[in-house]
Structure formats: C-alpha cells, structure tokens
Design a protein around this ligand. Sequence first.
Ligand code: AMP
Length: 193
Amino acid sequence: MRLILFGPPGAGKGTQAQRLAERHSIPQLSTGDMLRAAVTNDTETGRRAKAIMDRGELVPDDLVNQMVSDRIDQEDCRKGFILDGFPRTVAQAEALTAMLEQKGDKIDAVIELKVEQASLITRMEKRVADTLAAGGTARRDDNRDTFARRLDEYQHKTAPLLNYYRRRGELVSIDGMQGMDVVTRDIENVLTT
Ligand code: AMP
C-alpha cells in the first residue's frame, strides 16, 4: 500500500502516519524527520536545508525529491510506505508520479486531513508543551512566527496540490477535527473500500 497523508502543519499527519505504519508494517516516510536527521548529522543535505527550515520555508524540490527517491528504493519500501509531508509542491507530486511509474508502481490513496486554521496553532503549542513535559526538546520551527510562515507556505505552495490529486480522482478528505482514534478509523475505512 502506497499512501500520501496530506494536510497543513499541525493536522496530525505524523501521529496518523505512525499508527498506520505500525498496523500495516510498512515504513512512515516523513521528509521533515529525514531533513531534521540530516541537520543533526550535519550532512550536505542538512547544511543546505537548515536555515530554510528555521525560517519555516520549503527546502528546494530537487533536494527532497532526491531524498525520497533514494529512500523508496530501499528494500523495506518494497511492499509500500506512508508519505508524511511529501509531496508539498506540484513539482514534487509530478516527480513522485514519475519515480513510481519507473518502477511500475503508483499511489493507492491520497488522504487529506482537514483541520480548521484556528486550531493548528493550538495544536502546535500543545505539541511543544507535551514534548517539554516529557523531558524532550521542542522543534526549532515550532514557535509562533515560524509556524505562521509554515502555514503560509502550505496555503500558497501545498494546498494547490489538492486540485492536482482531485483531478486525478485520488483525493479523499477526512475531518481531522475529530478525535485521533476516529480519524484513524476513518482512514482505515478509506483503505478498505
Ligand atoms: P514537517 O516536519 O513535515 O513539518 O517539515 C518541517 C520542515 O521541513 C518544513 O517546514 C520544510 O522546511 C521542510 N520540509 C519537509 N518536507 C518538505 C518537502 N516535502 N518539501 C520541502 N520542504 C520540506
């Protein structure tokens, strides 16, 4: 199963992707996590991405496309994967379609988590509080100013992708304002129909 989880920052993509990955025994491919790991490990990709991520902007398409292409070539992705945070631009979506076509594969479902804009900031702040309470370190881009920029990038560059997938008849929207378990159930229902 090859799945794209789509939605603005704070919509719950990461949580849902993690649950689905466990249930279906396929990897969760979060480009945000991959990029954060690259920054921590001070790789060339990390060095290119760091300042851009700190500003809350999208890193260049070529960089993320290459990262995803390398990742889906790995053995553990053979049975499928859940993309969390990719694609984020029309150019990335087109690159993904081409990558999969080359392998004779395609995406099975594109699921949009719809969440009201007003609750996104509250969710981000809760994520920070929970992380700190658990003794962890908050994400550098989880602060009000950078989050506003991330929302803006989503509206301008990522939301237009909804039409790309709608036109292809692949988009299913789910009410992400519901409780986490209900959202998981709704996603599972989509996957089994
Ligand atoms: P996320 O963890 O998905 O919220 O991503 C954190 C940051 O990583 C984003 O604000 C971007 O700077 C960068 N990023 C993650 N995925 C992508 C992507 N598909 N395209 C461009 N930038 C990305």
